[in-house]
Design a protein around this ligand. Sequence first.
Ligand SMILES: Nc1ncnc2c1ncn2[C@@H]1O[C@H](COP(=O)(O)OP(=O)(O)OP(=O)(O)O)[C@@H](O)[C@H]1O
Length: 269
Amino acid sequence: MTTTPTNPVPPAGTAHALELRGLRKSFGKTEIIRGADLAVRAGERVAIIGPNGAGKSTLFNLISGRFAPTSGEVLLHGARIDGKQPFEINRMGLSRSFQITNIFPKLSVFENLRCGVLWSLGYRYAFWRFLSRLQDANERATQLMEMIQLGPKRDVLAMNLTYAEQRALEIGITIAGGASVILLDEPTAGMSTSETTRFINLIREVTEGRTLLTVEHDMGVVFGLADRIAVVVYGEVIAFDTPEKVRANPRVQEAYLGSVIAAQQEQGH
Ligand SMILES: Nc1ncnc2c1ncn2[C@@H]1O[C@H](COP(=O)(O)OP(=O)(O)OP(=O)(O)O)[C@@H](O)[C@H]1O
């Protein structure tokens, strides 16, 4: 048995890392996602932006399997994943951060990461302590710990970490299984400006070679991190392009970005 992660970069010429085709989702009579299309290339970093209530979180819930779509398709490296359970989608190589609820507060940094590694290998939590001597799981956890720069905090309980450290740990757990597609919900929410800058660099490093999707409100993070930006307005992807082109897109300006950038400039961002 080995904990070596699966190669996060699929062979050249394969399908998109992630694809949404005509995706729709209704809650009762209200259609929230109204025919969303998106095709993300392997290795791309994509930020999903849009006004409050546009459906960004719902899209994440549809991709990660928390909700089944009303109609339409979600494909991971060309394979249909819509309607599958979250753990099945996870096993197929897509991992979503669940913010700090992912973390076991009373376990140390190292133990949290080892749990993430073992869980991704298919062991149930009840068994992990019996497997604690497994050298490869320990090695992978150590490797992750260095990656997220928490080596000096190895034996500190997660609940005693700073908020930014907890977010870093959470990302470590998210990538523990070697998933090729990573979904991060507002990864820098609640951080100071300097923490945010450091954290963007950390995210860049740990997701290198993987496909990253993030939902983000902070335009500094969006423009600093994303190769392409998907703009969701009223349940549709109205633009999907490079940051420069999205910024210059009159439809985006009108629907969303103009007012957001103006507001963030007023606040001194
Ligand atoms: N489980 C649910 N049942 C009913 N309505 C829901 C459910 N989940 C989301 N909605 C509704 O779907 C709409 C879109 O919500 P969603 O959270 O996806 O938007 P968002 O773009 O992520 O917003 P925000 O930027 O404020 O987080 C909202 O009107 C919300 O009330």
